[in-house]
Design a protein around this ligand. Structure first.
Ligand SMILES: NC(=O)c1ccc[n+]([C@@H]2O[C@H](COP(=O)([O-])OP(=O)(O)OC[C@H]3O[C@@H](n4cnc5c(N)ncnc54)[C@H](OP(=O)(O)O)[C@@H]3O)[C@@H](O)[C@H]2O)c1
Length: 258
């Protein structure tokens, strides 16, 4: 299926590795002109060069912290100056830490709010004028399956990302007339550096992965490229009638019905 992404301009946040990188790879493979950001400029440049050499399509790296308004404004300006607009934005960021409710103080709550919720709202607001003037657009927020099914120690993730579920519904409502869709992707366990960091360290990685996979109906942990494929589809012309949704990608692990 031709997703009709050739020459679309896609901004993918927090994309030097992991789910952001997989999203950028998938969009670039479909012919989009991609801009990626993350804080470490060196790692980001390596990723951009790698994707560009794989796909033959332009990938621009611009170092920015997604929770810093001035840096995000500069990133968006650079994207527009280089490629002439923005058609697709994949909102992503580093995830909040895991621990029990009582372990987090005001500073940690504030940081989670800034990174996991407020940054998503701000970038959405910043890209909208470009999408409206292009006659349409796609906003895809990478959140977490913790909004569908309670995950131990994920209180910061669940509390802030539940707000994104509501925000996306309202944005879909207001932006439908402009042909802009807004959707959330809620990943379960997908094998990235972040996941490797949170697995138990007292057993080897393969065993830890096998143990975690026992509760996943698919019998394994997800691959970043599987999430990338979903991003590419939601970004496509064919997905024009999907908006305001939160789609799980979790190998069937979520126990909730809705
Ligand atoms: N993987 C999963 O199974 C899973 C499941 C549920 C939810 N999620 C969520 O999905 C998101 C991505 O996770 P991941 O597994 O891909 O993580 P990852 O492998 O650790 O990658 C995180 C990426 O985000 C960048 N980043 C982090 N903080 C940033 C910031 N403030 N500004 C700009 N870039 C930033 C990192 O680069 P720099 O450090 O250089 O900035 C890196 O490129 C997280 O929010 C996570 O909570 C992941």
């Amino acid at each position: 299926m031709d997703l009709k992404l050739k020459d679309k301009v896609a901004l993918v946040l927090a994309a030097s590795k992991g789910l952001g990188m997989a999203s950028a790879e998938a969009l670039s493979a479909e012919g989009a002109k991609v801009v990626i950001c993350s804080r470490n400029a060196e790692a980001l440049a390596v990723t951009a060069a790698q994707i560009q050499s794989q796909t033959g399509n332009p990938v621009l790296a611009f170092a920015a912290d997604v929770s810093d308004a001035a840096q995000v404004k500069a990133l968006i300006q650079k994207t527009v100056d280089t490629f002439g607009g923005i058609d697709i934005m994949v909102n992503n960021g580093g995830g909040p830490p895991f621990d029990k409710f009582e372990a987090f103080d005001d500073t940690q709550w504030q940081h989670a709010f800034e990174l996991t919720l407020f940054a998503f709202a701000r970038t959405g607001r910043y890209v909208l004028p470009y999408m409206k003037s292009a006659g349409g657009g796609r906003i895809i927020n990478i959140i977490s399956a913790s909004v569908k099914s309670v995950l131990n120690n994920a209180v910061l993730s669940t509390a802030t990302r539940m707000a994104i579920v509501g925000m996306a519904k309202l944005m879909a409502d207001e932006l439908g007339p402009y042909h802009i869709t807004v959707n959330n992707i809620a990943p379960g366990l997908i094998l990235t550096e972040r996941v490797k960091e949170v697995l138990p360290k007292d057993i080897d990685l393969d065993q830890a992965l096998k143990d975690r996979a026992k509760t996943i109906p698919a019998g394994r942990i997800g691959k970043p490229e599987e999430l990338g494929a979903l991003v590419a589809y939601l970004a496509s012309e064919q997905a024009a009638y999907i908006s305001g949704t939160t789609i799980q990608i979790d190998g069937g692990a979520g126990r909730g019905i809705f």
